[in-house]
Ligand binder design. Structure first.
Ligand SMILES: O=C(O)CCC(=O)C(=O)O
Ligand SMILES: [Fe+2]
Length: 317
């Protein structure tokens, strides 16, 4: 039978040195991912070595993900959080085997920088929280300053793979050091991705369990490879899965694409659903809970009625 083993793949286009006007006029309105090459991202590309960063910000304490398994799984939580100095993070993330470790001598590390608030409620702002190296990097100026939301320092061991998820803001991911493979999924494939909140249940996207996730066969992979200095535009709602092919350093910048009022004011990460969407999802949870009161055959019937109502509404868009 025509079981698809080879994924349909679309190569994410690579465009050289896009001007601000070109981005606003021909890339942003399409809402599709693009890798932009040849941008001036500043001196970080040459300056950011392990030694340089250790000297500048080595004493800063950072909370990192530590995992034995390179494929990190947020839903099953196969990693732990540890707070260590930035110096030990980059030392350990840049080496394959560790003398000092928490779980295993080959464990991997991933930093997604947070703000300074110990409860993690602070919005991450690279230039503020890493002021010692803030002048080393130039953020692309494609968006208006008023659209700025947050900027996040991201550092990962070679081989570590970040779970598939979506963010609700437009994103410019600046790859500073190391190569990365990025797989993106079109928001129209959402029903095939087995979401649990903002994350997909499918961890191994290259060898998925099709018995468990049959609809994943229909999914289109948008694949791209980032080289140091490349910047990828990830439009809001595009799911992404990232594998670090080397020890990697990146900074990403989240930008608001919609009016301020759509965004939840208590969202430090840029992944809380838009206010009307969150309201809709909460009402749906209430509806589903209510159906639990019914006998199974009735509940089945009303689940299907709700599905067809949603389908009708979707077709009317
Ligand atoms: O490159 C990474 O480490 C993850 C990127 C990501 O999820 C993001 O920028 O939103
Ligand atoms: Fe993300």
């Amino acid at each position: 039978m025509g079981k698809k083993n080879m994924k349909d793949k679309i190569k994410i286009p690579r465009c050289d040195g896009i001007s601000d006007e070109e981005f606003r006029e021909s890339i942003l309105p399409k809402r599709e991912p693009v890798i932009i090459t040849g941008l001036d991202i500043g001196l970080c590309k040459s300056l950011w070595t392990v030694d340089y960063l250790s000297n500048k910000i080595g004493d800063k304490q950072v909370k990192v993900h530590v995992s034995k398994d390179k494929q990190m799984d947020f839903i099953k939580k196969n990693f732990i959080y540890k707070t260590i100095s930035f110096r030990s993070l980059i030392k350990r993330a840049s080496e394959r085997e560790h003398e000092e470790f928490f779980l295993d001598k080959n464990e991997v590390y991933y930093l997604r920088a947070l703000g300074d608030d110990p409860r993690g409620r602070d919005v991450s702002d690279f230039k503020k929280h890493y002021s010692g190296i803030s002048d080393d990097i130039i953020f692309p100026a494609y968006f208006e300053p008023s659209q700025y939301f947050s900027s996040v320092f991201r550092i990962g061991s070679s081989g570590c793979q970040l779970w598939t998820h979506y963010d609700i803001m437009d994103n410019m991911l600046i790859q500073v050091k190391g190569r990365k493979r990025v797989v993106l999924f079109n928001p129209q494939d959402t029903q095939n991705l087995y979401l649990n909140g903002d994350k997909s249940e499918i961890i191994d996207i290259d060898n998925p369990d099709y018995e468990k996730f049959p609809k994943f066969k229909n999914v289109m992979f948008y694949e791209g490879f980032l080289e140091p200095g490349d910047v990828i535009f990830i439009p809001a709602l595009w799911m992404h899965n990232v594998i670090s092919l080397d020890f990697g350093i990146a900074v990403n910048v989240f930008w608001k694409n919609l009016d301020n009022s759509f965004y939840n004011q208590k969202d430090p990460y840029g992944n809380r659903d838009l206010v009307p969407a969150e309201k809709a999802l909460q009402s749906l949870e209430t509806a589903l809970k209510s159906l639990k009161e019914l006998p199974k055959d009735y509940s089945d019937f009303y689940h299907r009625r709700i599905l067809s109502r949603v389908e009708r509404s979707l077709n009317e868009l």
